[in-house]
Design a protein around this ligand. Structure first.
Ligand SMILES: [Zn+2]
Length: 304
């Protein structure tokens, strides 16, 4: 349990307490107009709004954050954030809706906004050391999900059914800690390499299987270990892709509990949630980390 639900409920039961908390994160005691940046303002009585002495507009701490323009009270947002963080395999919008007593569309909207906030400031340092890279497919018929199953069908000359419903996902896992996941239109060198370049440092050691999309990476990176899995070579000393394969198993358990058919944009948002939780698995103040991101984030479109 990352943050006790009772604790969050008790601490953030009132709208005002939530507002004060967000104000302390965003302004550190000095309210600032989001429109003209003036710090001269007059607090309006009986509301959480300020009147700017510079441009005369009124504002609250919620302007420009994911919380802006929702009728939903902040205690429900804070509770939703806690429930999402505590759900190891993810939470369907149906379930979240029931838990915080809102309709499914509202719950979905909350989830998408929170997932957006999870991304803020996450892609900073490039991955180094041993980096396991692998691709997988999400969606489609369950019987053909695993790579091994698909290979078996291929070997037996059978058609791989349901591929048209599937989404390819590229995963890069830094052995010492972080993961990055990217939905791909088509898994091939052209789409894969730019994503790796954005994520992985040139002095990293890459480990992949023999998939053609990875060919040539050895020229750009310190080393590229290509495991010959068709000949059952799954490990070469410290080089293997077991960590990311274990991650795929966990991810899929979560995805199939929530989605029957996944399309690219919600899937990427879902992957971002899973990534955030994985990358912060040892972060004891993950709740505060996420609230901070929510408080500072710009209210850009969810799918930008
Ligand atoms: Zn102003």
């Amino acid at each position: 349990m990352i943050m006790n639900i009772i604790e969050v409920l008790a601490r953030y039961f009132e709208q005002d307490t939530c507002i004060e908390h967000l104000e302390s994160i965003r302004w550190q005691g000095a309210p600032q107009c989001p429109y003209c940046k003036s710090k001269q303002s007059t607090k309006r009585k009986e509301t959480s709004r300020y009147q700017c002495n510079g441009c005369n507009k009124s504002y609250s701490v919620l302007v420009g954050t994911i919380f802006e323009a929702t009728k939903l009270l902040l205690p429900k947002w804070f509770l939703a954030i806690t429930l999402i963080l505590n759900a190891k395999k993810g939470l369907s919008s149906m379930q979240l809706g029931r838990d915080i007593d809102v309709n499914r569309n509202t719950a979905w909207y909350l989830q998408m906004r929170i997932r957006k906030a999870m991304q803020e400031g996450e892609d900073q340092d490039l991955f180094t050391g041993i980096v396991e890279i692998d691709e997988t497919y999400i969606g489609g018929k369950k019987a053909n999900h695993s790579k091994k199953k698909r290979q078996e069908r291929r070997d037996n000359g059978l058609q791989i059914t349901g591929m048209q419903d599937k989404q390819a996902v590229l995963g890069m896992l830094e052995r010492s800690g972080r993961i990055k996941l990217q939905v791909l239109d088509k898994p091939q060198g052209k789409t894969i390499k730019p994503v790796i370049e954005q994520t992985v440092s040139k002095d990293a050691s890459l480990v992949t299987d023999g998939f053609g999309g990875y060919a040539g990476l050895g020229k750009q990176y310190k080393e590229h270990q290509i495991l010959n899995k068709e000949k059952e070579e799954y490990t070469r000393g410290k080089y293997h892709t077991n960590t990311i394969e274990g991650f795929w198993t966990l991810l899929k358990r979560g995805v199939y509990g929530q989605y029957h058919k996944v399309s690219v944009k919600p899937l990427q948002a879902y992957l971002n949630e899973f990534t955030f939780k994985y990358n912060h698995r040892d972060n004891k103040s993950i709740f505060d980390t996420l609230i901070n991101k929510c408080a500072l984030q710009n209210n850009t479109p969810v799918f930008s």
